[in-house]
Design a protein around this ligand. Structure first.
Ligand SMILES: [Zn+2]
Length: 319
């Protein structure tokens, strides 16, 4: 950690910008306005007349200026990049998250700005284009939980409880997780999530909840473990054991983080916190992703979330 904190990208704005450029423009500088990625048609503007890090696109129909933050969740921010990167590293390195109060004290940025920065970074953690999960031989565990209820009531099923905020998550055993905050958890919404996110060759494993009864037609096989009968793992010959331990351990990290660190989360923002926990799980040590790789991954994720590709004749955005 000492070495990490001494990294000049947290003190030196030029170093911070170079670090970000190397990740956002992994394949070389590209114009966020027109998509021009031809190095010969892009000039870095230098000299006193320009702030550092400004580029000029020389595509005839574009000719706009840009910096690395244009079209990213950092766009138009007054917060120095050194602080953004410190926030980015802290959020990716802590398993259960960092509270906005703690982050605000560590960064020396106002609480309000810190809160805003953290939501921007959660937006960057949201997965972009999503291929379906699973495939032949893959096991997807699915389960639901209700955020906002005291412990002990979180597994209560059904939409009758007004304070319930149902979350449905799918996790591929040995792979990634995908979480959804749904208005109502019922067979229809769950079947839709399964259909849209899981390859039909996959095997589905759940507890005995009837919520997943509408999902069978979308998967190769559906097995249930009977928690109510104290059955937590069922062995099935040569086949992989039937259980939902993977998804339950994911929910346990999520709940400990939400209870211990974030505490207050309005329903409006719940999907963002889910994106944060999903991101860390999907970029975890167990999958060979270390803290540095995870920060790189998040830096690449800042692109495109607010990106509006502008046509040559539309208004000129600020660089
Ligand atoms: Zn351009």
């Amino acid at each position: 950690m000492t070495n990490l904190l001494q990294n000049p990208i947290f003190q030196d704005e030029a170093k911070a910008r170079e670090w970000l450029e190397a990740r956002v423009w992994e394949n070389g500088v590209a114009c966020p306005h027109c998509g021009n990625a031809d190095k010969k048609k892009i000039t870095q503007l230098e000299g006193k007349a320009h702030r550092p890090g400004v580029y000029q696109c020389n595509e005839v129909e574009c000719r706009q200026q840009f910096t690395v933050t244009v079209g990213t969740v950092f766009e138009r921010s007054k917060i120095p990049l050194t602080k953004w990167l410190a926030a980015l590293f802290l959020m990716t390195a802590s398993k259960k998250g960092v509270s906005a109060h703690q982050m605000h004290r560590m960064l020396g940025v106002s609480y309000k700005s810190t809160w805003f920065m953290m939501h921007r970074l959660r937006e960057a953690m949201r997965a972009g284009s999503l291929e379906p999960m699973g495939g032949h031989g893959a096991i997807i565990e699915a389960d639901e939980t209700y955020y906002g209820k005291p412990e002990g009531e979180t597994k209560r099923k059904g939409p009758r409880h007004r304070n319930n905020r149902p979350i449905v998550s799918l996790v591929e055993r040995g792979g990634s997780v995908r979480s959804f905050h749904v208005a109502v958890a019922n067979q229809v919404t769950v079947a839709q999530i399964v259909r849209e996110n899981i390859r039909s060759e996959s095997r589905l494993m759940t507890d005995e909840s009837r919520l997943y009864d509408g999902s069978l037609m979308h998967v190769a096989r559906h097995d249930k473990v009977k928690h109510s009968a104290d059955e937590y793992v069922r062995y099935d010959g040569q086949n992989p054991p039937i259980h939902t331990n993977t998804i339950e351990s994911y929910f346990s990290i999520f709940k400990r983080g939400m209870r211990g660190v974030y505490q207050h989360c309005s329903e409006k923002h719940l999907h963002r916190y889910l994106a944060e926990f999903d991101f860390r799980y999907n970029n975890r040590i167990g999958l060979g992703v270390n803290d540095g790789d995870r920060a790189d991954e998040l830096a690449k994720g800042i692109v495109g979330k607010r990106l509006t590709y502008r046509r040559p004749n539309s208004a000129r955005p600020q660089a």
